[in-house]
Design a protein around this ligand. Structure first.
Ligand code: PFF
Length: 439
């Protein structure tokens, strides 16, 4: 079978941005910033995005474009079959993340529909209870997974690229509209003060916990560690600057996360809701309550949840593509069959998280705190120490000078492994404590 490629450079960039922009930007980022000292946190986070996120993104691009293979097969193609386990770690992370990402996608679908019927307008917490778990959650999970598989089944150009070209500009336009509307709300000035004024004390006294949180978020938001970016780069058919593409993706992803904060906080502050910790559920409950208190809130809710839904979709299909790409490359089967079988299996794996929210935490922490970071660490070690010369060679094709590429290599060799190993250590310790507490 001839391997597929992107139709255009813009198509590739939009697809990668679509993967990056998701629940992580619209929900997780604003809360993390709010909790961790507002604008001061923004600077710590930006530093991690530039010094950790960007170099690892380039690592994945280099592996993908050099090999033209999926995240596991890539290492064999690059003459290091022993390193295939690095790809396995990533693909496993994808498997697990997609299984519950789709459950949360199912919540978004239910909230979108309920914006019209007014179902969450009464008791927002009770509504969340019956939407998030049980039959409703499982059915909505099936629908979301069906949409994801429907797009992936059409292939790289007709599925992923076309969907991204349509959806990513829509996400940006809708967020701008929502932020504009948010600015007119009574709580907006209080919201901006909370979000944008730096609180240095919070930062300095919590640096120990803020730094790993910022590193983890930088990783998650750029879809790193599980081979999405390897897979997407493997469909690039020409040599052009990977550094430029990666830079564009980082800037757009960060801007959208920032914009999302300008959307979320005015709604909450107008409601008098103090945005604190509270996990996946809290934001659904407080935002739903905020929407139902506003005139024409149903319409605003519908627009918000629609935006969140397509953002989740463009991330979810990038994850499914990682495993579909592996199965197609390895077993030479039809894309449609591979997609169908994998979607059914991942749907089944996600069912426990749609029955009991504890499982959602168990899955989420394992994949994010451990597997993603480990995947990124292994891929960086591979490029930094095993495949360094060829890596630099690949990066300079159509791209930056040899000097710049060598600078990148040293960051990948030394800085990234140290930071990621430490983050992994903290993540694993935290996960262990969480398991002990839960079971
Ligand atoms: N980047 C996505 C977000 O911010 O919501 C989530 C994600 C997608 C993480 C794909 C990892 C991944 F491979």
């Amino acid at each position: 079978m001839v391997r597929e490629t992107w139709g255009t450079r813009v198509g590739f960039i939009l697809a990668a941005v679509g993967s990056a922009v998701g629940l992580g930007n619209i929900w997780r980022f604003p809360f993390l910033t709010g909790e961790s000292g507002g604008a001061a946190f923004l600077f710590v986070y930006l530093a991690f995005v530039v010094f950790i996120g960007l170099p690892v993104l380039i690592v994945e691009f280099v592996i993908g474009r050099r090999s033209n293979r999926n995240v596991i097969g890539a290492f064999k193609e690059l003459d290091n079959p022993n390193w295939q386990f690095a790809g396995f770690v990533g693909a496993l992370a994808g498997f697990i993340i997609l299984s519950y990402y789709s459950v949360v996608g199912g919540w978004v679908i239910q909230y979108f529909v309920s914006s019209f019927t007014g179902a969450y307008a009464g008791d927002a917490a009770a509504y969340f209870g019956q939407a998030a778990t049980g039959t409703n959650a499982i059915v909505a999970h099936a629908i979301f997974m069906g949409l994801v598989a429907g797009i992936v089944a059409f292939g790289v150009r007709d599925g992923l690229e076309r969907a991204a070209k349509l959806m990513v500009p829509s996400i940006i336009a809708l967020l701008v509209i929502l932020a504009g509307y948010g600015a007119t709300l009574s709580g907006s000035s209080e919201a901006y003060a909370y979000y944008l004024s730096p609180n240095l004390d919070t930062i300095l006294s919590n640096l120990g916990s803020i730094a790993p949180a910022a590193a983890g978020q930088a990783f998650f938001t750029l879809s790193l560690g599980m081979g999405v970016m390897v897979t997407y780069a493997s469909y690039i058919s020409e040599d052009r600057s990977l550094l430029q593409d990666a830079g564009t993706i980082v800037v757009v992803d960060t801007s959208i996360a920032f914009l999302a904060g300008l959307v979320v906080f005015p709604f909450l502050f107008t409601q008098g809701v103090e945005p604190g910790a509270g996990g996946a559920g809290a934001v659904f409950i407080s935002l739903a309550a905020a929407f139902s208190s506003l005139p024409a809130g149903g319409l605003i809710g519908a627009v918000f949840f629609f935006t969140l839904g397509i953002a989740a979709l463009t991330s979810a299909f990038s994850i499914l593509e990682v495993v579909v790409s592996y199965v197609i490359d390895t077993f030479d089967v039809e894309r449609r069959n591979a997609t169908l079988v994998l979607a059914v299996i991942i749907f089944a794996v996600g069912i426990p998280t749609a029955i009991d929210l504890t499982w959602l935490d168990v899955y989420d922490k394992f994949a994010n705190n451990i597997l993603l970071i480990l995947g990124g660490l292994l891929m960086s070690l591979f490029i930094g120490w095993v495949y360094a010369d060829q890596g630099v060679d690949e990066l300079t094709k159509g791209g930056p000078s040899k000097g710049l590429a060598t600078g990148w290599l040293w960051v990948v060799r030394v800085v990234i492994p140290v930071v990621l190993a430490y983050t992994l250590y903290l993540g694993a310790t935290e996960y262990w404590a969480f398991l002990m507490e839960t079971f």
